[in-house]
Design a protein around this ligand. Structure first.
Ligand SMILES: C[S@@+](CC[C@H](N)C(=O)[O-])C[C@H]1O[C@@H](n2cnc3c(N)ncnc32)[C@H](O)[C@@H]1O
Length: 245
């Protein structure tokens, strides 16, 4: 079946903001603004604007690429959402006009691409959006195949009085893929939120950046620039397009 960049949003858009309302984006926004250094920002998989709208509110020019019309409708419905240019399409291939100081691919969304070739194309597309010296930042979890006893797992993501979010996952290690469905339980009922991941370790992402002509500048354990160590469960990585010779 051909890859469908709109599939995730079709299932998730109606409950996306409620599901992730408990996450405070302030640290990420602070770091992204520092990395952009006043220049224009393009977010791949901009979604409903969780990061993009606070960046816009800080006076930055923001654009994005998004596969899901439902997620873009959510963005447009918010104050400022109509001031962000969004190209509808797959961020591995789609171009949004402009030359950017920063391209952002946050919240593990690099793994939403179906295979290595699509991820390499995405890194090349990010580099093509950057002005010389511009930065590409990726936020992603560290793959942990050992957590999938007998190939599958069910784990709580969030337990609150008004919501329980579980994640059921099956690992396909031969292809570095994971099939997951989040199960959201609320007083309103049960909602299934499917998402597929083609996961990669940071070293593979470094090679993708190199193929796209970029050089790594930072790897942190999170948005507060914590040191990346053996115990880090996620990373925020920054690569730069070299300055013109
Ligand atoms: C986990 S959400 C993150 C949204 C937003 N960046 C945030 O931090 O809240 C992933 C977003 O990427 C979009 N997306 C996933 N794969 C995509 C692709 N290949 N091309 C364009 N958009 C994609 C989804 O529709 C969704 O809006």
């Amino acid at each position: 079946m051909p890859f469908d960049a709109s599939a995730y949003g079709r299932h998730v858009a109606a409950v996306y903001d409620d599901t992730y309302a408990h996450l405070d984006p302030a640290e990420a926004v602070e770091r992204l603004a520092a990395l952009a250094d006043g220049g224009p920002v393009c977010e791949f998989g901009i979604g409903t604007g969780r990061l993009a709208l606070p960046l816009l509110a800080r006076g930055l020019t923001v654009a994005g690429i998004e596969g899901s019309p439902e997620m873009v409708a959510g963005l447009r419905a918010k104050p400022g959402g109509d001031r962000i240019e969004v190209a509808l399409g797959d961020f591995a291939q789609t171009r949004v006009p402009g030359e950017y100081a920063l391209v952002v691919l946050a919240f593990n969304t690099v793994f939403a691409l179906p295979d290595q070739a699509a991820q390499v194309a995405c890194f090349r597309n990010a580099a093509a959006h950057l002005r010389p010296g511009g930065r590409f930042v990726v936020e992603a979890w560290m793959p942990d195949p050992g957590a999938f006893r007998a190939g599958s797992a069910l784990r709580p993501v969030r337990v609150a009085e008004d919501e329980v979010l579980l994640e059921a996952a099956v690992l396909h290690p031969a292809e570095q893929r994971m099939t997951t469905t989040k199960i959201r339980l609320t007083d309103g009922g049960v909602r299934l939120l499917p998402a597929n991941h083609r996961y990669a370790w940071p070293a593979e992402l470094d090679l993708m950046a190199e193929l796209a002509g970029m050089v790594r500048e930072h790897r942190w354990a999170g948005w507060a620039a914590e040191p990346f160590t053996d115990d880090s469960r996620e990373h925020v990585s920054v690569w730069r397009r070299p300055e013109a010779a």
